[in-house]
Design a protein around this ligand. Sequence first.
Ligand SMILES: [Zn+2]
Length: 147
Amino acid sequence: MDLIPDLSNAYKLQLSMFLEENRLESFKKWVFDDDQPCNAAKMAEAGFYSTATKSDPDLVQCFLCSKPLDGWDAKDNPWEEHLSHSKTCTFAKLKLPEEELTCVQFAAIRKEQLQNVYKKHFADLIQDRKDAWDEFCASIEEVAKMK
Ligand SMILES: [Zn+2]
């Protein structure tokens, strides 16, 4: 058994969404046109990538704070919506497009993203182990009842 099993695909995807160009790629079928305030480029700039489904075509998530948001309006400002729904997100608070970040800010955000993703990954692993333990204990109790 690996000490640190591979990240799930969802976490790998989230890590790849650190770069704005990758986030923009995710918006190929975005619900609003480029001439609307809430266009794909502005969404990607504000830290979002598309996690759309057939039943939720405007569902997005922040690459850093993981905040999922949907129910967008064509006139929404993605930066303002991001900050109003995720007040502690470092990226939303900076309100700077990727190209305006300093190297120090860029590195600090990447570090925070890695920490956030690995924290969730390890929490998932711990929960999986707890679930397996509970299942094991329940099966032991079942065996004990048989006697
Ligand atoms: Zn965020």
